[in-house]
Design a protein around this ligand. Structure first.
Ligand code: 3PG
Ligand code: MG
Length: 392
């Protein structure tokens, strides 16, 4: 099985191409707040625009519930895309609108949110057939959506024969970079995993234990690990029901000889917004009336020392509530340490990507994944449905 590349497409002269992208970007008040995914889609769009007659880009945005919802319109994204490309983009206000079929040669379209139809998330074959009907070729560059078995990435791909469907450049680059940290990664391999919940990261944590030498834990999920180690966590966010899972991860790490590091000190505060008390305390002495909001300075230094000699690094999930300036130091320190390491480094997940932008180290990371859930599932060794659907 191999992933067909853009170069494998046949009969591109006069082709009308449906390009499934992941343009699920944060939008507020009609403004795109982070254009990472837009920028990442440009090479494939440019390549196609030079060779084919019409490109119709499509995507989902947000958690639309199967019917039109202006809050999740892709219209602001069409404007941002046009600006990024320096060429007009015609926004089509319904992804099945017949006008998408009579695009003029050289036109680039962006179709409205696919999730305005219930058939998208249902992986409905009839919806996929309607969506794809006017298009001779299909390109999937939506790595961020590759873990979803939805119509535009699974049922749609099945409708195109070899030579008429391909992975875009982004999809190919994501698969190549993530494969490098999954298959025989160069040692020492150090992974840093943070974010709020153990529950969403159990499978990737277990998969990482089979590959890494060192696993650094931070963020809200560290609190659940503290409970598993018998520590008190005050008013911190915890997942009581995941304590036994955290214990299993600790035991599995010990059994495999994987070094698993928890924060030795933390920043604790009385509130996330407008805190009046902020203290640095050892993890063994978290005050009952405070909550953990970041890793402490000792932990930052220890984690940086573990990352420095690494040859492979994977990072997903912030070390603290980094959206709040006072609680960002731990996440920014990890971002800086990863950028400074000579390791092949991969960072995935929207929040970690925002953090490396804030730290100003985006260009010093080898691969910044546009997939959060998708990169974690890839790392867990799962075959992603959209990739299977493209493979020939
Ligand atoms: C993402 O941002 O995680 C992808 O675009 C997939 O979106 P979803 O999590 O809403 O399915
Ligand atoms: Mg998601």
């Amino acid at each position: 099985m191999s992933l067909p590349a853009l170069a494998d497409l046949k009969d591109l002269d006069g082709a009308r191409v449906l390009a499934r992208l992941d343009l699920n970007v944060p939008v507020a008040d009609g403004e795109v707040l982070d254009d990472t995914r837009i920028t990442a889609a440009l090479p494939t769009l440019r390549w196609l625009m030079e060779r084919v007659e019409v490109v119709a880009a499509c995507s989902h945005l947000g958690k639309a519930k199967g019917s039109p919802d202006p809050a999740y319109s892709l219209e602001p994204v069409a404007a941002a895309l046009a600006q990024a490309l320096g060429r007009p983009v015609r926004f089509v206000p319904d992804c099945l609108d017949p006008s998408r079929a009579d695009a003029a040669p050289g036109e680039l379209l962006l179709l409205e949110n696919l999730r305005f139809y219930a058939g998208e998330k249902a992986n409905d074959a009839a919806f996929a057939a309607q969506l794809t009907a006017p298009f001779s070729h299909y390109v999937n560059d939506a790595f961020g959506t590759a873990h979803r078995a939805h119509a535009s990435v699974v049922a749609a791909a099945a409708l195109y024969p070899t030579g008429r469907k391909a992975a875009g450049f982004l999809m190919a680059a994501e698969v190549a970079a993530l494969s490098r940290v999954v298959n025989d990664p160069e040692q020492p391999y150090v992974a840093a995993v943070g974010g709020a919940k153990v529950s969403t990261k159990t499978a990737p944590l277990e998969a990482l234990l089979g590959r890494v030498q060192t696993l650094l834990i931070g963020g809200g999920m560290a609190n659940t690990f503290f409970l598993a180690r018998g520590l008190e966590v005050g008013r911190s966010l915890v997942e009581e029901e995941m304590v036994s899972t955290a214990l299993q991860v600790l035991d599995a790490a010990a059994a495999r000889g994987v070094e698993i590091e928890l924060p030795s000190d933390v920043v604790a505060a009385d509130a996330i917004e407008g805190p009046s008390r902020i203290e640095v305390v050892p993890s063994s002495a978290i005050p009952a009336d405070l909550m953990v909001v970041d890793i402490g300075p000792d932990t930052r230094a220890r984690y940086a020392a573990k990352l420095a000699p690494a040859r492979t690094i994977f990072w997903n999930g912030p070390m603290g509530v980094f959206e709040v300036d006072e609680f960002a130091a731990g996440t920014l320190a990890v971002a800086e340490a990863i950028a400074s390491s000579p390791a092949f480094s991969v960072v995935g997940g929207g929040e970690s990507v925002m953090a490396i932008r804030r730290a100003g180290v985006f260009d010093r990371i080898d691969h910044v994944s546009t997939g959060g859930g998708a990169s974690l599932e890839f790392l867990s060794g799962d075959t992603l449905p959209a990739i299977t659907a493209l493979e020939t």
